[in-house]
Write a protein that binds this ligand. Sequence first.
Ligand code: NAD
Length: 247
Amino acid sequence: MARLQGKIALITGAASGIGRETALLFAAEGAAIMASDVDEAGLAGLPGRAVKLDVTSEADWQAAFVEARAAFGRVDILVNAAGIAIGGAIENATLADWRRTMAVNAEGTFLGCREAVRSMRESGGGAIVNISSAAGLVGDPKLAAYCASKGAVRLLTKSVALHCARAGYRIRCNSVHPSFAETPMLERMFARASDPEKLRAGLIRATPLGRLGSAGDVAGAILYLASDEAAFITGAELAVDGGLTAA
Ligand SMILES: NC(=O)c1ccc[n+]([C@@H]2O[C@H](COP(=O)([O-])OP(=O)(O)OC[C@H]3O[C@@H](n4cnc5c(N)ncnc54)[C@H](O)[C@@H]3O)[C@@H](O)[C@H]2O)c1
């Protein structure tokens, strides 16, 4: 039995990495997919419908939900996977990088949650899964803005979860916290490093399970939280980090 049979899922950041893997897995599990990204060309080849959605744009969010409802009648699942990582310790980080990071990672997730709650409360409920990071649970000295944005996603998630529960909406909201998953985002980080192989080995050494994660590792956790198997789980944070934050 497919785990998302009959569900309608809107996924952001679906052109690449974790978002893309999630779209493919959800489709394989029976969901109808609305795949979105600011990189419209990157959505080619995905199942379902594709829509250009810049998560920093309020108008894009409204249009995406209008289109999803017109096509499918409702949205049952929102996965906020779009995100950017701009490195920078507090001494060197620029205000422009801070603002861009907060706009995509934190504001983008805020706008998505708001639009989803307004839609799902009318259609009888749903599930929101926000992709934060291990860097939203613990600090990283080289990622000041990124950590702040992902910490914001973590507590936004709990606020949304509590609001929906208290309002009596059947809407759950949870966050997923990957560490180092081998996606184009991580590959870009390796490419910028002075010694990529040393960096890769260091990240593997730091991970108790002794390997990097994969987009599939993260998509599996997202699938669980989005499915009815997680019907009693809301406001939770699920680390998908090979034990990194357990220590
Ligand atoms: N890969 C990792 O190791 C890792 C670790 C922790 C958290 N994460 C988080 O997981 C999520 C997915 O990351 P990934 O590794 O798949 O990265 P990725 O770079 O492979 O994919 C991110 C996608 O987001 C899209 N995007 C960027 N800005 C956007 C915007 N304004 N509107 C819409 N889409 C936009 C990009 O076009 C891209 O398709 C991100 O939120 C990231 O912060 C990743």
